[in-house]
Design a protein around this ligand. Structure first.
Ligand code: IMP
Length: 430
């Protein structure tokens, strides 16, 4: 069986959850490799809506073991809540495994996230406020608490006391905030630790053995390529390795063990939070896309910024991920459009470019150059084969694939599993 990475090609919210869920039907493992509960995936199965933040989407498939791997930062409070809700809805959560190396997100991370953001004024990142940046900062500066320490009450207590002294100094002296109480945090979090302890294991070893035994593994990327800490629109990024390469870093599975990368992107573009977005539409068309696509954050409920498909950005991210094929989602959202625009180039300082700039200051100057295509003006949400799509929809897809220099393997025309058109079944084989 195959090892397949599913990764978003723009700024997140590409409906990766739906593609992961589709692949998970034939997979043995679904693995989260980066981020924390700043992610949000919505999946609809049998008219039931599930929203995920930390638990891998694959949990909905009975045969799948969901793994939260080394590269994830886990907020135990949120994780415990998600598990309780899933249990209540009859989902078997006993198969979840959590890496002993995953870092633990604690209340001081959340507090520092909001204090840092408020102190930045108009330079703020527009974070989800979930404490992600401060938790990864601790990991990189080697002061974080890992799962293996968290589930050992004595070690956790000691580490928490030491760290909180330093954090409280920053909270009170730098930001003028109120200090946090180590006893209160310990009392609340030791209960989460007891609940999580049976799930904690060496997931890198588990995945290596599974791979050797020819298991099918789906690596579920959170956020997306342009939010990647290295390859994204820095500093308007999240703090983890979102690109496909992050699947190796964040799990301990080596690059030669990855068979395929599916890049997921919407038929248009969206972004939440701050940062440049060349094809953004601050007009009625943008509002129409937001309304038809229900473009509001799964995690924060914030309205998403909406715009036309940006082939310059997607060509770049398709390359950075080594994308084998694209899953194009939410095509039905464009059903009402008379004409559609695809950004083919940027104009920067009077020059036409096809290269995505790595510097946000340069990107902020990019003026999109568009090509116009006719819309299809019909409801495609009930269409299940490529042949049955209107000619103008096929033309739109063909032009995207040509500009991005990557084939399209799946088109999604609705939230349900059955609203999925397969163009290249081999790409989706597990
Ligand atoms: P953080 O990840 O909360 O630190 O936020 C950093 C930036 O990434 C902000 O612009 C967020 O809106 C954005 N972001 C983080 N996670 C997601 C996601 O899952 N979808 C879309 N944007 C995200």
């Amino acid at each position: 069986m195959a090892n397949v990475v599913v990764v978003g090609l723009l700024w997140g919210d590409e409906a990766k959850g739906k593609i992961v869920d589709y692949l998970a039907q034939d997979a043995d493992y679904v693995v989260r490799y980066n981020g924390g509960n700043n992610a949000g995936h919505t999946v609809v199965v049998d008219d039931q809506v599930y929203k995920f933040h930390t638990v891998p989407v694959g949990i909905l498939n009975g045969g799948v073991s969901p793994i939260i791997a080394d590269g994830v930062v886990l907020d135990p409070q949120v994780f415990a809540g998600e598990i309780a809700e899933l249990k209540e809805r009859g989902v078997d959560t006993g198969r979840i495994k959590v890496s002993a190396n995953a870092h633990v997100l604690l209340p001081y991370h959340r507090l520092l996230d909001s204090l840092e953001e408020s102190s930045k004024g108009d330079k703020k990142i527009g974070t989800t406020g979930r404490g992600i940046g401060p938790c990864y900062a601790d990991k990189i500066s080697r002061t974080g608490i890992r799962m293996s320490e968290f589930i050992d009450p004595e070690v956790f207590r000691k580490r928490l006391n030491d760290i909180l002294k330093r954090k409280n100094a920053i909270i009170t002296q730098v930001y003028g905030g109120d200090p946090l109480d180590a006893d209160a945090i310990y009392e609340e979090y030791k209960a989460y630790a007891e609940m999580i302890a049976p799930c904690v294991t060496n997931t890198a070893r588990l995945l290596f053995d599974a791979s050797q035994a020819c298991a099918g593994i789906v690596f579920e990327g959170a956020h997306a390529s342009l939010l990647d800490i290295d390859h994204g629109t820095y500093p308007y990024v999240t703090s983890s390795h979102c690109v496909a390469g992050g699947a190796c870093i964040g799990t301990g599975v080596g690059p030669t063990m990855i068979d395929r990368v599916i890049g997921v992107v919407k038929a248009y573009a969206t972004r939440v939070g701050e940062g440049p977005f060349p094809t953004e539409l601050n007009d009625e068309t943008g509002d129409l896309i937001r309304k038809c696509g229900n473009e509001y954050g799964t995690t924060t409920g914030r309205p998403r910024r909406c715009g036309w498909f940006d082939s310059v950005a997607v060509k770049f991210t398709a390359a950075v991920n080594g994308t084998s094929a694209i899953a194009l989602t939410l095509l039905d959202v464009l059903d009402q459009m008379d004409t559609l625009k695809i950004c083919t180039h940027y104009e920067i300082d009077g020059k036409r470019v096809r290269e995505f700039p790595s510097d946000v200051e340069v990107l902020a100057k990019a003026v999109p150059v568009y090509e116009e295509l006719p819309g299809w003006k019909q409801d495609i949400s009930g269409i299940s084969t490529f042949d049955a799509l209107p000619a103008n929809a096929k033309r739109y897809l063909a032009r995207i694939a040509e500009l991005v220099e990557t084939p399209i393997c799946v088109v999604s025309v609705g939230r349900k599993r059955e609203q999925t058109i397969i163009l290249d079944p081999e790409m989706l084989e597990m």
